[in-house]
Design a protein around this ligand. Sequence first.
Ligand code: SF4
Length: 384
Amino acid sequence: MKKLKPLIIPIFIPHSGCPHQCAFCNQSIITDTSHNKDKSTQYILPSQEEIRNEVDRFLIYKGVRKEVELAFFGGNFLGLQKDEIIFLLSSAKELVNDGKIDSIRFSTRPDTITKDRLELISQYPVSTIEIGVQSMDNAVLKTARRGHTSEDTIKAAALLNNIKQYGYFREASSIDTDIAAISTTEAKPFKIGMQMIVGLPEDNHKTALETAKKIAELKPDFVRIYPLIVLEGSLIAKWYREGKYEPISLESSVKLVKEIFLIFHRHGISVIRMGLQASDLLQDKLSMVAGPWHPAFGHLVYSEIFFDKAVDLVNKELSCEDRDIKQDDKKESQIITFTVHPASISRLRGDKNSNIKRLKDIFPSIEFKIQTDDSLDKEQIFCN
Ligand code: SF4
């Protein structure tokens, strides 16, 4: 049966609650909200009416969805002032009470996840917190002007994992004591997400893989992996123009993100996004200064994974045949048929059929065919 995805309604609060601008960041470009500034370049939070209107606009596309989440993205949510947090969460809670949405999610820096802040949000139906980890290497974090360390992320994950078992914050009245008394039968799923960036200054293959392993140890429910794109208006754009920073190539970043994906996959952690969203502004050459941008970056990574799997399968198939076929029983050519889920044909074929061409280069005497089976998982592949 097809798994229903939640509808996530994004409310962008670019740079709100940020203590400073991180070296790689320009949220007004990423979230297409460059209009949403006052004259002193301070961002203003959306009004209750604007939030409600945005929700109504998205609900037109609800269709058959499991649940609807309102997401505050693009800023540092728990770094907002206390009254601002209460204002945004109260506005969202009204929408939950009206039956328009089911829950709230937001992204925040690890150093803002404190007992005080969790206590503050405990009366609201927050179902997901995404932590901007970016790297677990302190030298990389320092150069990126993050202003926090990997130890902050470890502490944040411990705090969240400690209360996660009790479900939504709305059932909690105290993080320290009363929460333990909450009936777990009332608890609803509460998720922790983590975001990491590859290609930051001083980051390399080894530190990126180490970051992924350390994040996996913190047991998030899901992760997002972003190759660094040099954005206009960011400090890294200045370094790039001064020759102090060189982004990694698209080819290298696809291979690196593939390895990172497989680390999370082995730990049973789902990767919900690889690469930035294909927004209009990101495709505007003026916004993107440099970097491994591709409108379907995740697809490129999945295609690499399918290519590796296909090569392994063909090698196994050939080694079995070697055992079965006598030396003098030479075959002129051979057909190998791969079976995948219908949605995975393009992953197996690769960009512009590149995977099939590469397979033909490695195994010139084999003809490759593809058939589909919708009972398979999207990640499965067989051959015969
Ligand atoms: S990366 Fe996050 S914390 Fe840093 S400036 Fe951007 S939104 Fe703010």
